[in-house]
Design a protein. Structure first.
Length: 257
Protein backbone atom coordinates (compact mmCIF):
# COMPACT_ATOMS: atom_id res chain seq x y z
CA UNK A 1 0.00 0.00 0.00
CA UNK A 2 1.22 3.47 -0.83
CA UNK A 3 0.03 4.96 2.44
CA UNK A 4 0.29 2.91 5.60
CA UNK A 5 -2.81 3.23 7.79
CA UNK A 6 -2.59 4.71 11.26
CA UNK A 7 -2.85 2.23 14.11
CA UNK A 8 -5.80 3.34 16.26
CA UNK A 9 -5.32 3.45 20.00
CA UNK A 10 -6.82 0.47 21.80
CA UNK A 11 -9.93 0.73 23.93
CA UNK A 12 -10.57 -1.72 26.75
CA UNK A 13 -13.36 -3.62 28.47
CA UNK A 14 -13.44 -6.35 31.10
CA UNK A 15 -14.33 -9.92 30.25
CA UNK A 16 -16.93 -11.76 32.30
CA UNK A 17 -14.11 -13.37 34.30
CA UNK A 18 -12.30 -10.10 34.90
CA UNK A 19 -9.56 -9.96 32.22
CA UNK A 20 -8.77 -6.71 30.41
CA UNK A 21 -9.45 -7.10 26.70
CA UNK A 22 -8.73 -4.63 23.91
CA UNK A 23 -10.52 -3.53 20.78
CA UNK A 24 -9.94 -0.96 18.05
CA UNK A 25 -12.34 0.91 15.79
CA UNK A 26 -12.25 2.44 12.32
CA UNK A 27 -15.07 4.40 10.73
CA UNK A 28 -18.61 5.36 11.70
CA UNK A 29 -22.01 3.93 10.84
CA UNK A 30 -23.46 0.43 10.95
CA UNK A 31 -21.53 -1.77 13.42
CA UNK A 32 -19.47 -4.63 12.03
CA UNK A 33 -17.50 -6.73 14.53
CA UNK A 34 -14.50 -8.54 13.01
CA UNK A 35 -12.42 -11.18 14.82
CA UNK A 36 -8.84 -11.97 13.77
CA UNK A 37 -7.03 -15.29 13.36
CA UNK A 38 -4.71 -17.34 15.57
CA UNK A 39 -1.25 -15.82 16.23
CA UNK A 40 -2.57 -12.51 14.84
CA UNK A 41 -4.37 -9.42 16.16
CA UNK A 42 -6.80 -6.75 14.98
CA UNK A 43 -4.06 -4.52 13.57
CA UNK A 44 -2.40 -7.26 11.53
CA UNK A 45 -5.49 -8.92 10.06
CA UNK A 46 -7.86 -6.01 9.57
CA UNK A 47 -6.15 -2.62 9.69
CA UNK A 48 -2.56 -2.93 8.44
CA UNK A 49 -3.43 -3.94 4.88
CA UNK A 50 -6.37 -1.59 4.43
CA UNK A 51 -9.33 -3.95 4.85
CA UNK A 52 -10.96 -1.99 7.70
CA UNK A 53 -10.58 1.26 5.76
CA UNK A 54 -12.16 -0.25 2.63
CA UNK A 55 -15.14 -1.42 4.68
CA UNK A 56 -15.43 1.82 6.65
CA UNK A 57 -15.64 3.77 3.39
CA UNK A 58 -18.96 2.00 2.75
CA UNK A 59 -20.42 3.49 5.93
CA UNK A 60 -19.45 1.00 8.64
CA UNK A 61 -18.14 1.28 12.16
CA UNK A 62 -15.58 -1.54 12.08
CA UNK A 63 -15.01 -2.92 15.60
CA UNK A 64 -12.01 -5.24 15.94
CA UNK A 65 -11.10 -6.88 19.24
CA UNK A 66 -7.80 -8.50 20.09
CA UNK A 67 -8.79 -11.98 21.21
CA UNK A 68 -7.74 -13.22 24.63
CA UNK A 69 -4.01 -14.18 24.55
CA UNK A 70 -3.42 -11.95 21.52
CA UNK A 71 -2.41 -8.37 20.77
CA UNK A 72 -3.11 -5.85 23.53
CA UNK A 73 -5.53 -8.13 25.37
CA UNK A 74 -4.71 -10.07 28.53
CA UNK A 75 -2.49 -13.11 28.06
CA UNK A 76 -3.01 -15.13 31.24
CA UNK A 77 -0.88 -18.20 31.85
CA UNK A 78 -3.44 -19.78 34.16
CA UNK A 79 -5.14 -22.77 32.45
CA UNK A 80 -8.33 -21.87 34.33
CA UNK A 81 -8.56 -18.73 32.17
CA UNK A 82 -9.21 -20.88 29.08
CA UNK A 83 -12.46 -22.82 29.54
CA UNK A 84 -14.38 -24.12 26.56
CA UNK A 85 -15.84 -21.37 24.34
CA UNK A 86 -14.22 -18.55 26.32
CA UNK A 87 -13.43 -16.66 23.09
CA UNK A 88 -17.09 -16.78 22.10
CA UNK A 89 -18.06 -15.54 25.55
CA UNK A 90 -15.54 -12.71 25.26
CA UNK A 91 -17.10 -11.75 21.93
CA UNK A 92 -20.56 -11.72 23.47
CA UNK A 93 -19.24 -9.60 26.35
CA UNK A 94 -17.89 -6.99 23.91
CA UNK A 95 -21.22 -6.82 22.09
CA UNK A 96 -23.00 -6.29 25.42
CA UNK A 97 -20.41 -3.72 26.52
CA UNK A 98 -21.00 -1.71 23.34
CA UNK A 99 -24.77 -2.13 23.52
CA UNK A 100 -24.96 -3.56 20.00
CA UNK A 101 -28.31 -4.96 18.89
CA UNK A 102 -28.39 -4.51 15.10
CA UNK A 103 -24.94 -5.43 13.83
CA UNK A 104 -22.95 -7.66 11.46
CA UNK A 105 -20.32 -10.15 12.59
CA UNK A 106 -17.34 -11.77 10.89
CA UNK A 107 -14.02 -13.43 11.46
CA UNK A 108 -10.95 -14.94 9.84
CA UNK A 109 -9.67 -18.45 10.65
CA UNK A 110 -9.84 -18.72 14.47
CA UNK A 111 -12.02 -15.62 14.34
CA UNK A 112 -14.39 -17.36 11.94
CA UNK A 113 -14.53 -20.40 14.22
CA UNK A 114 -15.31 -18.04 17.11
CA UNK A 115 -18.19 -16.28 15.36
CA UNK A 116 -19.76 -19.68 14.65
CA UNK A 117 -19.43 -20.57 18.34
CA UNK A 118 -21.02 -17.19 19.18
CA UNK A 119 -23.95 -18.13 16.96
CA UNK A 120 -24.29 -21.45 18.78
CA UNK A 121 -24.36 -19.47 22.05
CA UNK A 122 -27.15 -17.22 20.79
CA UNK A 123 -25.55 -14.35 18.85
CA UNK A 124 -27.83 -13.24 16.02
CA UNK A 125 -26.13 -10.68 13.79
CA UNK A 126 -28.01 -9.55 10.71
CA UNK A 127 -25.21 -10.88 8.48
CA UNK A 128 -22.18 -13.09 9.07
CA UNK A 129 -18.76 -13.40 7.43
CA UNK A 130 -16.91 -16.73 7.75
CA UNK A 131 -13.49 -16.34 6.12
CA UNK A 132 -10.37 -18.49 5.96
CA UNK A 133 -12.43 -21.45 7.12
CA UNK A 134 -13.76 -24.69 5.68
CA UNK A 135 -16.25 -27.24 6.88
CA UNK A 136 -13.83 -29.61 8.62
CA UNK A 137 -12.16 -26.65 10.34
CA UNK A 138 -15.44 -26.08 12.14
CA UNK A 139 -16.78 -29.62 12.54
CA UNK A 140 -13.60 -31.65 13.15
CA UNK A 141 -10.67 -29.44 14.11
CA UNK A 142 -8.52 -31.78 16.19
CA UNK A 143 -5.77 -32.09 13.58
CA UNK A 144 -5.56 -28.31 13.22
CA UNK A 145 -5.08 -27.89 16.96
CA UNK A 146 -2.39 -30.59 16.88
CA UNK A 147 -0.62 -28.71 14.07
CA UNK A 148 -0.36 -25.54 16.12
CA UNK A 149 0.56 -27.40 19.29
CA UNK A 150 3.49 -28.94 17.41
CA UNK A 151 4.59 -25.49 16.22
CA UNK A 152 4.42 -23.90 19.66
CA UNK A 153 6.10 -26.78 21.50
CA UNK A 154 9.02 -26.90 19.04
CA UNK A 155 9.84 -23.27 18.37
CA UNK A 156 13.23 -22.78 16.78
CA UNK A 157 13.47 -26.29 15.34
CA UNK A 158 11.22 -26.14 12.27
CA UNK A 159 12.66 -26.71 8.80
CA UNK A 160 13.23 -23.43 6.98
CA UNK A 161 10.48 -22.80 4.43
CA UNK A 162 8.08 -25.35 5.92
CA UNK A 163 4.51 -24.34 6.91
CA UNK A 164 5.56 -24.66 10.55
CA UNK A 165 8.57 -22.39 10.01
CA UNK A 166 6.40 -19.81 8.23
CA UNK A 167 3.86 -19.87 11.06
CA UNK A 168 6.64 -19.35 13.61
CA UNK A 169 8.00 -16.44 11.56
CA UNK A 170 4.53 -14.86 11.58
CA UNK A 171 4.32 -15.40 15.34
CA UNK A 172 7.54 -13.42 15.76
CA UNK A 173 6.13 -10.50 13.73
CA UNK A 174 3.10 -10.23 16.02
CA UNK A 175 5.08 -10.74 19.23
CA UNK A 176 2.86 -13.62 20.30
CA UNK A 177 3.02 -15.18 23.76
CA UNK A 178 3.64 -18.88 23.10
CA UNK A 179 2.58 -20.05 26.56
CA UNK A 180 -0.77 -18.26 26.40
CA UNK A 181 -1.35 -19.36 22.80
CA UNK A 182 -0.79 -22.99 23.76
CA UNK A 183 -3.56 -22.64 26.33
CA UNK A 184 -5.91 -21.16 23.72
CA UNK A 185 -5.75 -24.48 21.87
CA UNK A 186 -7.69 -26.00 24.76
CA UNK A 187 -10.75 -23.90 23.92
CA UNK A 188 -11.08 -25.20 20.34
CA UNK A 189 -14.52 -26.78 20.07
CA UNK A 190 -16.10 -28.80 17.26
CA UNK A 191 -19.43 -27.52 15.95
CA UNK A 192 -21.75 -30.28 14.64
CA UNK A 193 -22.87 -29.91 11.03
CA UNK A 194 -26.50 -29.52 12.05
CA UNK A 195 -25.57 -26.45 14.12
CA UNK A 196 -23.53 -25.02 11.24
CA UNK A 197 -26.42 -25.52 8.82
CA UNK A 198 -28.68 -23.64 11.26
CA UNK A 199 -26.84 -20.40 10.43
CA UNK A 200 -29.72 -18.92 8.46
CA UNK A 201 -28.71 -15.27 8.05
CA UNK A 202 -26.97 -14.13 4.84
CA UNK A 203 -23.38 -15.37 5.14
CA UNK A 204 -20.25 -14.62 3.15
CA UNK A 205 -17.88 -17.61 2.90
CA UNK A 206 -14.60 -16.04 1.82
CA UNK A 207 -11.26 -17.78 1.29
CA UNK A 208 -8.11 -17.78 -0.76
CA UNK A 209 -8.30 -19.87 -3.91
CA UNK A 210 -5.29 -21.89 -2.70
CA UNK A 211 -6.45 -22.20 0.92
CA UNK A 212 -7.45 -25.63 2.16
CA UNK A 213 -5.83 -25.28 5.60
CA UNK A 214 -9.18 -25.57 7.38
CA UNK A 215 -10.90 -27.89 4.93
CA UNK A 216 -13.23 -27.14 2.06
CA UNK A 217 -14.82 -23.71 2.02
CA UNK A 218 -16.93 -24.90 -0.92
CA UNK A 219 -18.40 -27.64 1.30
CA UNK A 220 -19.05 -25.11 4.05
CA UNK A 221 -20.92 -22.78 1.71
CA UNK A 222 -22.94 -25.72 0.40
CA UNK A 223 -24.53 -26.54 3.77
CA UNK A 224 -25.41 -22.96 4.70
CA UNK A 225 -28.95 -21.88 3.76
CA UNK A 226 -28.05 -18.38 2.54
CA UNK A 227 -24.33 -18.37 1.66
CA UNK A 228 -22.36 -16.43 -0.91
CA UNK A 229 -19.05 -18.14 -1.71
CA UNK A 230 -16.20 -15.87 -2.85
CA UNK A 231 -12.57 -16.73 -3.56
CA UNK A 232 -9.70 -14.26 -3.69
CA UNK A 233 -6.09 -14.90 -4.75
CA UNK A 234 -3.74 -16.65 -2.34
CA UNK A 235 -3.38 -19.23 0.38
CA UNK A 236 -4.25 -19.09 4.06
CA UNK A 237 -1.43 -16.76 5.07
CA UNK A 238 -1.21 -14.75 1.84
CA UNK A 239 -4.79 -13.95 0.82
CA UNK A 240 -5.47 -11.77 3.85
CA UNK A 241 -2.65 -9.34 3.02
CA UNK A 242 -4.05 -8.61 -0.45
CA UNK A 243 -6.47 -5.75 -1.16
CA UNK A 244 -8.86 -8.17 -2.87
CA UNK A 245 -9.69 -9.62 0.54
CA UNK A 246 -11.00 -6.44 2.12
CA UNK A 247 -12.63 -5.36 -1.14
CA UNK A 248 -14.53 -8.67 -1.27
CA UNK A 249 -15.98 -8.04 2.18
CA UNK A 250 -16.82 -4.42 1.38
CA UNK A 251 -18.41 -5.43 -1.91
CA UNK A 252 -20.56 -8.12 -0.35
CA UNK A 253 -21.72 -5.86 2.47
CA UNK A 254 -22.48 -2.99 0.11
CA UNK A 255 -23.21 0.53 1.33
CA UNK A 256 -24.40 0.56 4.92
CA UNK A 257 -28.16 0.94 5.25
Amino acid sequence: MANSPTKPDPQYFDSDDGYRLAWREVGEGRPLVLLHGFFSDAWTNWIRYGHAAAIAERGYRVIMPDLRAHGDSAKPHDPAAYPTDILARDGQALIRHLGLEDYDLGGYSLGARTVVRMHVAGARPKRMIISGMGLSGLANLGSRADHFRHILENLGSHERGSPEWMAEAFLRTTGGDAEALLLILNVFTDTPKEEISAISMPTLVLAGDEDQDNGSHEALAAILPDATHVEVPGGHMSCIVKPEFGNAIAGWLGPAP
